[in-house]
Design a protein around this ligand. Structure first.
Ligand code: ADP
Length: 171
């Protein structure tokens, strides 16, 4: 029987940190469902549809991966998809408390679903979607941190946003 895991997250947008976790999870699991959580508390730059599209483009050479998005509880979505393993990446100590709390809450909600943590790739521990967005906003180069297509979309989105803000300011 195929071993399938769910990798949920905001992916706003996908970075090489996420891709590293995906490639390593695929050494243990046959298939992965990457699922964009659309109801995150964080305000997103990209819509769920755009985030899904970027993940699909970044993972076009990975037939063992499917990409989707969901609303509501991760464990409910996992159950609906018939998956009992959730993958999460752990970066620095700062990730630990939240991830630990969430893994326990998920276990309480659905005892049959297990969370598996993978430590961040050693050269990627500093990388987050948030910091990548900040760097692009300030005109920095993010190649090597995100796939080229993501860098392109980021620039377009952030330039459009700031020109809209400027137009509004000039009203
Ligand atoms: P969320 O809002 O659910 O934390 P993210 O897209 O920020 O969504 O992250 C999804 C998962 O990927 C989380 O488990 C996060 O810890 C992990 N992750 C993000 N960036 C990295 C990275 N650079 N290295 C390892 N794991 C990462």
């Amino acid at each position: 029987m195929k071993k399938i895991a769910l990798y949920p997250g905001s992916f706003d947008p996908i970075t090489y940190g996420h891709l590293d976790i995906i490639q390593r999870a695929l050494k243990v699991f046959d298939n992965l469902i990457i699922a964009v959580a659309s109801n995150s508390k964080k305000t997103a730059l990209f819509t769920p549809e755009e985030r899904v599209e970027l993940i699909r483009l970044a993972l076009k050479d990975f037939p063992e991966v499917t990409v989707d998005w969901f609303e509501g509880l991760t464990v409910e979505y996992a159950e609906k998809m018939g998956v009992n393993a959730i993958i999460r990446g752990l970066r620095a100590v700062s990730d630990f408390e939240y991830e630990f709390q969430m893994a326990h809450m998920n276990k309480r909600l659905k005892p049959d679903i297990e969370t598996f943590f993978l430590p961040t790739g050693e050269s990627l521990f500093y990388l987050s979607s948030q910091i990548v967005k900040e760097v692009v906003l300030l005109g920095g180069d993010v190649s090597g941190m995100v796939p080229d297509v993501v860098a392109k979309w980021l620039k377009e989105k952030i330039v459009t946003r700031s020109s809209q803000i400027k137009i509004r300011e000039g009203d």
